[in-house]
Design a protein around this ligand. Sequence first.
Ligand code: ZN
Ligand code: ZN
Length: 417
Amino acid sequence: MTTHQRNFPSIDPTKLERLAETAVRVGLRLQPGQDLFLTAPVAALPLARLIVEQAYKAGAGLVTPIFSDEEIALSRFRFAPEASFDRAPGWLYEGVARAFAANTARLAIVGEDPMLLAEADPAKVARANKANSIAYQPALEKIAGFDINWNIVAYPTVSWAKRVFPGDEDEVAAGKLAEAIFAASRVDGDDPVAAWTAHNSALGRRTEWLNSKKFHALHYSGPGTDLTIGLADGHDWQGGAATAKNGITCNPNIPTEEVFTTPHARRVDGHVVSTKPLSYQGTLIDGIAVRFEAGRIVEATAARGEDVLRKVLDSDEGAARLGEVALVPHSSPISKSGLMFFNTLFDENAACHIAIGQCYAKCFVDGDKLTPEEIAARGGNKSMIHIDWMIGSDRIDIDGFDANGARTPVFRKGEWA
Ligand code: ZN
Ligand code: ZN
């Protein structure tokens, strides 16, 4: 075993086991006989092993893991021939899509170095990302359409921990990131399953209130931000546990603090600035400022990573339109930790955010019965990308407007009004 594969003593083994159990029993709600497709960085092997053990104990049929490695990923950008950056393993993703069609559950362990590709050629990174997004589309459709139960959970790899705690030794940094992950994932208490039940019902009360209001649009105001986001016709707010089309109620993200819905792809106007950096496939994009007209981003700048941002916005017709709007109070536990994780799974749960690209079909009333054409007609966006970025802070106010223009305060100074 290499140092990458051992669990530092600073990573509490009891909490790590609870995280594995929570991922399988709460995150996935894996069913007896159900197959599982698992992806993880090699450095997350200790958690991957515990998850596979929990999966089989829960009655999993067949668990199929695929591991990635940072050095191998970098090798490509250093040595692969120029023409290869427009290619991706479509054969693999077609197989994954077939597995999802046959009711295989999906679990991803994240923990890669968020700045892994910072030194790589941005043009090659953009081409590789685009080729990968196109090839991944058949599988992504089944995840975005919520055909099956899926879950993302995090492991404190050293390369990631050193980005969050750059001043600490490897083992100390990994231990600190582990504690932050365990707290955010609600596995630091004795009964994580009960903690998640309580958390899911709290999020459920928020979505019930928002759904009862049937807002036509949300208006955001704050420093550098004056933005109106129209909400899709027949949109449905969701948060916490949700039921996939295969009938299984799962918690796709661990952690999660957000309630979210589908904005109207053609009714977004005004300007907005990002409030936290965004780590996109190994590149850090920071200081984003964009202006929307009739739903489309017509001006975009970034203090860092602008090149990558522009290429992302050019990916396809829907890449410059919104696919998600999410509300997270500034006092969320992840926000209170004060940490910048450089990982969307965590950072998106520290602040209100929006996502450019693909919308979630499940964020419509009776979304599972709508055709792609009906979703588009209601204002749902279509794209091969889905990228969240943070626009919330303790200085943001949000109002909800009904179709007649009547105003209801939703957020004041970053908190539920
Ligand atoms: Zn989100
Ligand atoms: Zn999102």
